[in-house]
Design a protein around this ligand. Structure first.
Ligand code: FMN
Length: 188
């Protein structure tokens, strides 16, 4: 797909058709998503593909409670969930190596969050490029995502991307703002 078309097409989608994502398509998406840059090439971002455990994730996100309030189902409609996690220890180890002058304690930005965002973006775009749709629910929205995913101590959950064939999304964004308002030239 043309890059401009791909960007224009990408929207967070929170409703999916009851249709599986072929294994080879999912593999390609994962291959592309893992091409994200990382600080010092620390490669501390991990993706956990959840197929069997989706109901548990939907429950942990309180989907039934949201449904009682009249919100449409989201997570349970998506045939693929991919949790994005960050492992700060990988960054510490990498930046303690001889070719690095500063330790991560000198950082004013924890770069694993930047890298997780880059991975999420590739995941979203790779999905759209395959004719799929994708959404993202932040880790804060789940009850104890770390335990559910059995994350090792120190590994931090960022959130869960939902991927599938998009269905008409009943939730319409409440906010619109000209995008270029956030672009500045020379100074703020
Ligand atoms: C870091 C991040 C966290 C987000 N968390 C949520 C979330 O918890 N729930 C949700 O419905 N959408 C979430 N979104 C989606 C945003 O609401 C969405 O990207 C934004 O409204 C712009 O819409 P668009 O991506 O469709 O252009 C998140 C997006 C990002 C980048």
């Amino acid at each position: 797909m043309d890059f401009g078309d791909l960007l224009a097409k990408r929207k967070m989608v929170r409703s999916y058709e009851d249709r599986k994502v072929p294994e080879n398509v999912l593999k390609r998406i994962l291959d592309r998503a893992t091409r994200h840059p990382s600080a010092g090439f620390s490669q501390g971002i991990h993706l956990i593909v959840v197929l069997e455990g989706r109901t548990r994730l939907a429950e942990a996100a309180g989907e039934d409670v949201w449904a009682e309030k009249g919100y449409p189902l989201w997570l349970s409609t998506a045939p693929v969930h991919i949790a994005i996690c960050a492992d700060p220890a990988s960054y510490r180890d990498r930046y303690d190596e001889a070719d690095k002058s500063a330790s991560i304690d000198d950082w004013n930005v924890p770069y694993w969050w930047v890298d997780a965002g880059a991975a999420l973006m590739l995941l979203l775009l790779a999905s759209v490029d395959e004719g799929l749709s994708a959404g993202f629910l932040g880790a804060h929205a789940f009850d104890d995502l770390s335990s559910l995913l059995q994350l090792p101590v120190g590994v931090l959950p960022v959130g869960v991307a939902t991927i599938g064939y998009g269905a008409p999304d009943p939730v319409v964004g409440s906010r619109s703002r000209p995008r270029l308002d956030t672009v500045h030239h020379e100074s703020w």
